[in-house]
Structures are given as C-alpha cells and as structure tokens.
Design a protein around this ligand. Sequence first.
Ligand SMILES: NC(=O)c1ccc[n+]([C@@H]2O[C@H](COP(=O)([O-])OP(=O)(O)OC[C@H]3O[C@@H](n4cnc5c(N)ncnc54)[C@H](OP(=O)(O)O)[C@@H]3O)[C@@H](O)[C@H]2O)c1
Length: 337
Amino acid sequence: MRTSPTRKVSHMEYRKLGRTGLKVSELCLGTMTFRWTSTEKQGFQVLDRAWDAGINFIDTADVYSRWAPGNSGGVAEEIIGRWMRSKPRNQVVIATKVRGRMWSGPNGEGLSRQHIMSAVEGSLRRLNTDYIDLYQTHHPDWDTPLDETLRALDDLVTAGKVRYIGASNYRAWLLMKSLWISDKSGLVRFDSIQPHYNLLNRAEVEPDLAALCLDQGIGMIPYSPLAGGFLTGKYTREHVPADARGAGNDRMARYMTEQNFALIDALAEMGQAQGKTITQMALGWMLTLPFITAPIIGANTVEQLEESLGAAGLRLSEEEMQRLDDLTGTDRNWFRR
Ligand SMILES: NC(=O)c1ccc[n+]([C@@H]2O[C@H](COP(=O)([O-])OP(=O)(O)OC[C@H]3O[C@@H](n4cnc5c(N)ncnc54)[C@H](OP(=O)(O)O)[C@@H]3O)[C@@H](O)[C@H]2O)c1
C-alpha cells in the first residue's frame, strides 16, 4: 500500500451514497481520460495522488475510451485493475458502467439481460476483482424494458458480483419509473444517478432530478463538473488553449459566451478573497448543494488533480450561492420548502 498520511487532504469528507450505508469521498475520480488525453503512466500518477489525498471513489466505464484512435475500449478498467493490485480492495469503491458497444453484433451493446450478463464478466476481468461496488447503466436503452434490465442487475447483486446499482443520463421521469418498477417487483433499486451537471448546465438537474434525489434518497454524482475544462478559467475571451480537450470542440465553442465569461470573472473574484481558484470555486459551489454526493473530477495530470483537491471541504456562503444563481439565471427556491 502506497499511502502517505502526510499528504492527505485535511478536509476530505466521506458522504453516504444516497440512503445507502456506503461511504464515499466527496470527490470522485473519473478515468475517462486514461489512454485518451492522458497516458497510462499519468493515469497511475493521478490514481496514486488521489488515493493519497483520501479519495476512495473511482468512476470508470467498460467503454472508456473506445472513441480514441487505437483504443478498443476497456482500457481505463484495465489500468485501474493493474493499479488495484497494490491496494486493499475493500477500501476502494469502484463504479463502472455498462451500455456502450463493447463487441460487434446486435447484442454488443445495450441493457438487455444478454448484454449485461456478458459485459459484467469483461469488467470484472479487466478490473481484476470479483465484485463491482457500483454498477451503473451508462445511458438509457430504449429497446429494452426497464424490468428486464433491473432483473438482470438484481441477479448480479444476488450473485455477489455487484454491490449497488446506479444509473447515468436518466431524466427524472425515467429514474422515477425505474424506482417504481424496482419497488413493485421487489428488485434492487438504483441508489445513484450520474448526470451531466455544472454551472453552465443546470437545467438538466434542477429542479426535477435534484428534488427526486432529495426525496427518494438517491446519491447524485455529477460528471463534467468543470464543463470539460471551461470552468478552470483557461478558456478566455481571447484564447483557447490548443492542447486542451475543448480545442475545436463544438460544445466548448458554445460555452464561449459573454455571459459565461462573466461567470468566470465572478468565480475568480469570489475565490480571490479566500485564496481559492476558479476551478476550486466551481467545485465548491457543487459541494455546497444539498443533493450532491460527489462531483466526478477529471484530470490529465497530477497538477490538474492537485487544483481540484483544493476544493475538498470548501463550502460557499449563501451570498456567494445567490450571486451564482443570479449569474446563471437559476433560483433554488424549489428546495426551500
Ligand atoms: N456518465 C457519462 O456519460 C459521463 C460522461 C463524461 C464523463 N463522465 C465521467 O466524469 C469524469 C469527469 O468528466 P470530465 O473529464 O468531463 O470532467 P471535468 O472536470 O468537467 O473536465 C476535466 C478536464 O478539465 C481539464 N482540467 C481539469 N483540471 C484542470 C486544471 N486544474 N487546469 C486546467 N485544466 C484542467 C482537463 O482537460 P484538458 O487538459 O484536456 O483541458 C480535464 O480532463 C470522467 O472521467 C468520467 O469518469 C461520465
């Protein structure tokens, strides 16, 4: 075990994943960049530093990162599997996902019993483990009835291959329908949701999904909390960093508006007063919201990770939260019941 207690981030908090008894660090480490925009060596360094800092929660997916040239998918899971050989398995919470295309043919993707039962074996092998802590459906599969998916996941929990289940990219109505099916059929239920959520993309979560999570005790673990790098402040009115993921990316081009740059300016100003960076303030905003369990942070290098780690323990004042609501045209009155 390579932990060094002196490097622990003093404020890393552990939170219950929704209503479950599972405790996860308030920052979850994402691994989508592994062998896409970062090397395996950088991936190992990032994992080591995250672990030393007290992060016990790692997010991946079987499909990462199949879209990158020369990457056939499964690579991020393999890297984590190699890294875990030197870690106490029962202290790491591994979250992976199923749904994406992993092999050819009509059943090479999806959330059918057929695909899930084969895909889980691949994830277990690559992760070098005999159980997955949190198994998530990556996207909805409109071809498969929810009860077929939930029954397959229930069987995996009974078999001990999976401990908890979660969903990703489900809107509130679909998550609520899934909960209803689990309840009426006596099946395991989704205990977490992984949505795309950040200061530039609030409408996907607020108010419906957020209210649902608070009401039903679902843990929310949002992805892209820094809007793929925009909320670090490195994209400016004058400059797009050429070596960043967002260079030439359509979504990033849409973020480059005067309204969003005014938000960056405000984060910088509020952060300056307390020695925090734009990145840390954007993460601190999320950590302050009562329906959030843990943002999933992405980092290509230890230096990038280090900055995000500085957000652990950060909570914004009501005045700061209100200012960010005003700048993003959102109010939080819906949960002030
Ligand atoms: N469920 C899903 O459908 C889904 C989808 C996407 C992601 N995810 C999960 O969420 C995780 C995080 O997603 P994300 O990577 O989009 O998160 P993000 O936090 O919004 O963006 C992370 C990216 O921002 C840049 N960055 C981070 N810290 C920085 C710093 N200090 N200085 C400058 N640049 C910095 C880096 O990209 P550059 O260096 O290239 O700029 C980094 O890869 C993924 O790894 C994955 O586990 C899930």
